[in-house]
Design a binder for this molecule. Sequence first.
Ligand code: ADP
Ligand code: MG
Length: 700
Amino acid sequence: MSDFIDVPSIYGSHVFGDKEMRERLPRAVYKSLKASMATGKELDPVVADATAAAMKEWAIEKGATHYTHWFQPLTGTTAEKHDSFINPQEGGGVIMELRGKELIKGEPDASSFPSGGIRATFEARGYTVWDITSPAFLYDNGNTQTLCIPTAFCSYTGEALDKKTPLLRSMEAIGKQALRICRLFGDTATQKVIPCVGPEQEYFIVDRQTYLRRKDLIFTGRTLFGAMPPKGQEMEDHYFGAIKERVSNYMKDVDVELWKLGIPAKTEHNEVAPAQHELAPIYNTANVATDENMLVMNVMKKVALRHGLVCLLHEKPFAGVNGSGKHNNWSLVTDTGSNLLNPGKEPQENWQFLLLLAAVMKAVDEHAGLLRVSAANPGNDHRLGANEAPPAVISMFLGEQLTAVVEHIIQGSHESVPSASIMRVGVSTLPFIRRDATDRNRTSPFAFTGNKFEFRMVPSSGCIADANVVLNTIVADALGAFADELEQAEDFDSAMKALVRREMTAHRRIIFNGNGYTEEWLAEAKRRGLPNMRSMVDAIPNLMQRESIELFKRQGVYSEKELLARAGVLCELYAKTVNIEALTMIDMAGKDILPAVIRYTTSLASSVTAVESAGADASVQRELLARVSVLLRQASTALAELRRCQEKAVTLTGMEQARYYHDEVCRAMEILRAPVDHLEMICDSEIWPIPTYGDLLFNV
Ligand code: ADP
Ligand code: MG
């Protein structure tokens, strides 16, 4: 029997949201705050003070003693610095206080976060600024509750040092350009266009005790050694399979925590690989969805520990089985409630939609490199292009019906395209269902899925801000160019149709509805001139190109300095990550695995001597000893080579260093892994010093 959970009453109970504001703030304050939220107008100091006081009262009633400005530095995680509410009074004693200016602005030391050189350590001043469009919340950490105020983080000189500032800027950019398009189509009601995002989060769950015996999982989040178990994912029995009890108890706890935080966790299911799962919330505005996804990841990790489990968010925790990603579902919604990416029943007649589609085609085709780098992290290198969803080449899936519409437009045909039809399942007791206009294609990196685009390359452990900054900016730029042209047109209707046709023709090569995993597609993509950037290191230079710098500047999203700083941070992140992996491998191989294998060879050798001196046949032991010794020799040589590469790598810097880690250190790691995995398969399981893939994947 499970306990009854009164979901509506706990939902949002840890959020200082609209309900709390309305109840706790004087009417005039509430109205002024809401106006600032809607228009971005600067907050009146009196309103800030009143809001801060009400927020503090609420937090204290819930058990909080501290507050923190919660932000997203370039590490890709979240950061917080806790301050208590206490304010010592003259004559002793304290009062609990949160002032408006403390709510609005904080000053964490900026020097300890990556900035790509924007902040020198001797001038470490950085500011966090309240993002009033994302609600404050209480984070529950065992017995402590902390009031978290979502903020943006920037330097003394105003440069963005976080992932949120450019996201907010990109949301403004696309909002502004999309509104121009709405006006051109005669829509005067819409005041605001907002990008909305629903990220589906994939993850693995493993047993904590088993995890604790794997240094590679502890230090790097992925296994650096490990042979495939007899069973992998070939039976396809895990995807959507029945969820095991231990995992479903965990998921329930995660849901309750997320619901308290007002995060609408909606869907959960098993994923393709054993021990892999997915959680999807209901979509929200892009910045709130980003904050929520950061919280989802935090909560998933925290709650797992409570269940004796560990949640792995790494993109490729296990070689040989599918990795994890995030599907970033993206659409453009107006403040009047309509989704501009909804094609409606007659897409062929919906020219505003078709214009938006042309803009997305142009954006994705012209800036595929930027999208690719927005999804790049060291973990994703093991996933993208490695024969699993999705490939490293960016293309766009439109489905049958929409592709036909695009083809008709390109050919200037007025013939009508059949619309979504009724599907008969063939069982009379099942209801007829209306077929979606698009079928599913699981291999496409960028797919139109009915009324939104789904960008599927996003890394599972990363912050979704990166991808959405690029998406918003490149589509804003395309819409801006269209609006510039069409606002000058004498005959809007014919100019607009001509533009849609011209742009669809120019960017038709980006559309691909087939299987993205195949070699044929890679060859075809090459013929079409679509870039194939297989690694993060290949992708980073896209940020440094002149066109990229101009694009982000034009849309007011990054200055040149900010953009180049980010490229620098990515190089560093890559180098540091691979370095930790290399050191972990060196440690595990040198201290645990090779010594165990050496002991094993000694016992085999004793066995050979003992058995032969007893006059029996020891040829099996002898053969095994010979095979193990050959592999041991290979592993030992490879270990020495990895050591040499790692020592060289740390002497380099910047792009050259990142490149060396990728080309030389990663290669040396692969060469070491091969004989070790082979040894795992032939050595006595009693002597193997670490849990195997079988122990990790089938043990929950
Ligand atoms: P899937 O079958 O890929 O799981 P779903 O329809 O369940 O697709 O949606 C997946 C995610 O997309 C969810 O987070 C959902 O809230 C989100 N989503 C749905 N509609 C939109 C939209 N208009 N804009 C952005 N995200 C959306
Ligand atoms: Mg999906």
